[in-house]
Write a protein that binds this ligand. Sequence first.
Ligand code: ATP
Ligand code: MG
Length: 654
Amino acid sequence: MDSQVEQTPHEKHVFPPSPEFRDAAVAGPDLYAAASTDRVGFWADQARELLHWHTPFSRTLDWTNPPVAKWFDDGELNVAYNCLDRHVESGNGERIALYWEGEPGDSRAITYAELTADVKRAANVLTELGVEAGDRVAIYLPMIPEAIVAMLAVARLGAAHSVVFGGFSADSLRARIDDAGAKLVITADGGWRKGKVSALKPAVDAALEPRGDLPAQDTVTNVLVVRRGENEVGWVEGRDIWWHDAMAAAEPEHQPLAFPAENPLFILYTSGTTGKPKGILHTSGGYLTQVAFTHRNVFDLRPESDVYWCTADVGWVTGHSYVAYGPLANGATQVLYEGTPDTPHSGRWWEIIEKYRVTILYTAPTAIRSFMKLGRQIPERFDLSSLRLLGSVGEPINPEAWLWYRHVIGADRTPIVDTWWQTETGAIMISALPGVTEAKPGSAQVPLPGISVDVVDDAGTSVGQGDGLLVVTEPWPSMLRGIWGDEERFRETYWSTFGDRYFAGDGARIDEDGDIWLLGRVDDVMNVSGHRLSTAEIESALVAHHFTAEAAVVGASDDTTGQAVVAFVIIKESQKADAEATDVAAELRSHVAKQIGAIARPRDIYVVAELPKTRSGKIMRRLLRDLAEGREIGDTTTLADTQVMRIIGDKVVR
Ligand code: ATP
Ligand code: MG
């Protein structure tokens, strides 16, 4: 391992697919060939092959009015029919769609036939409550099967959902309900988190009541409440309805109607890592095409035999594309887990993998690093031999974490796909294909077939090889169609920088093999004595040191260098004693200088117990920058733990 952990973006170390994996792989090099011959035609083929169209499309792409693309726009389909009924009709109704695992250990196995029946009833319930095509429904639920049922029932009616992560407060919920103009809220009494019931209904009640300067919420007419936590809840007669009562009373049959491909499917707010969340709008046909395509090919999916598990909450885009829509469109069997990774014990995830013989695991670097921090002896207690593919999403994965993931979780056997994408892109854009690409730890590598990206300088010129800004140069099927209710912000944020090329907001490097490395957000890029430095690269160097479990790097203004590198690090449990006997800051500073160069040497290093993260687990560097520069801390509404900034602040004595 030792030579491997020294790897930085400048070094080369690749893991080719094994011959067995390659020979049996779902996706081969022919996909790249087909897409490069006729990119738009390639997507038309995927749309026809992967989906059922009630009315076939004749126009594939209309890009005459950028930045709003129309894909397959004279075609019609029903998204829920594609995710459910057609699998039942083709004889796969008895296949398990969801292995649901509740946090307290209760579980349910739900077949495609059962899930279809539930969604039909739920669609009838929503119709009774007045939900029609074009309406918006807010969903505020824990990770229970009803979350999936609710999303698909809304989609079945041609309405749009806005899923709000269950950890958000009444204020955040209110803002999202207002922004979308939701007619209905679907929630639960509560859900299980960290060994106890965490109530949800009170936040909904509070969100709908007058708040501060806001009058009572006036677009929501009903609240549907799933019973899960069995906790006492307040009740507004005439407005609130128990889900189970309504479902029992509903008609079981429901005929899905066909809706235009560009019918809105959902609004979803970004994580808010860099600022105020944006209400991203996605539509139906193009979105479903690209999530089905990527889910099948990036994860090498065999629906008849795989057990797939994506650990993301349905409140995030990963939970939309790779829990709800991609896997179900492909008829996959998947695990859905309600709770936290450490309840009731820190091996819970590995226990679930062992129990269901999970074959494909898709998770985030923040989770991997937290398992590394605890040590390999925990996963080693479980049988993880069913795993055959691992995926990562959400942040750059440091080579050190990549190697640990493959070695400890994947037994040095499984390919790893590092998938770059965003709420805005709707589906994976940059990733290895596991049977084709030689995997390079830390690099997201290559655009998928049918996707065109580039790395450009500030003037928009291709850098060829080197550092710059990531852009998507051609429209793609699952691209956002706008920011809900804010066309100006949509144009300004993504399209004002490089015309009709999409500006992703991430810095990137193209190496000598043409592989792409994500360097961190443009908002976080540091400029030290005229050199642009990457947060991801310095963090990876810090994490490659045996002391460090996690690191966050920011640029703070500095009188001599313009900006200086300031690092916040968490020490591994197993290294705490050694670290205490050492001058950690000096050791890590010289380590970074050795790995990257003296220019990247942090001016300050703070050893901390936690890092500020969004509720989706991403590091919020802008708050650390506020701290490092002695400013008042900015907007923390999407922070997972609001205490954390105070605790870190105590370390930074200025
Ligand atoms: P906001 O846009 O509100 O600041 P956010 O960007 O965190 O929030 P998401 O859409 O959830 O919201 O995250 C997308 C971002 O996550 C990407 O722009 C990128 O910075 C990062 N990201 C996702 N996957 C990867 C990956 N595999 N490698 C590197 N970075 C990634
Ligand atoms: Mg973003």
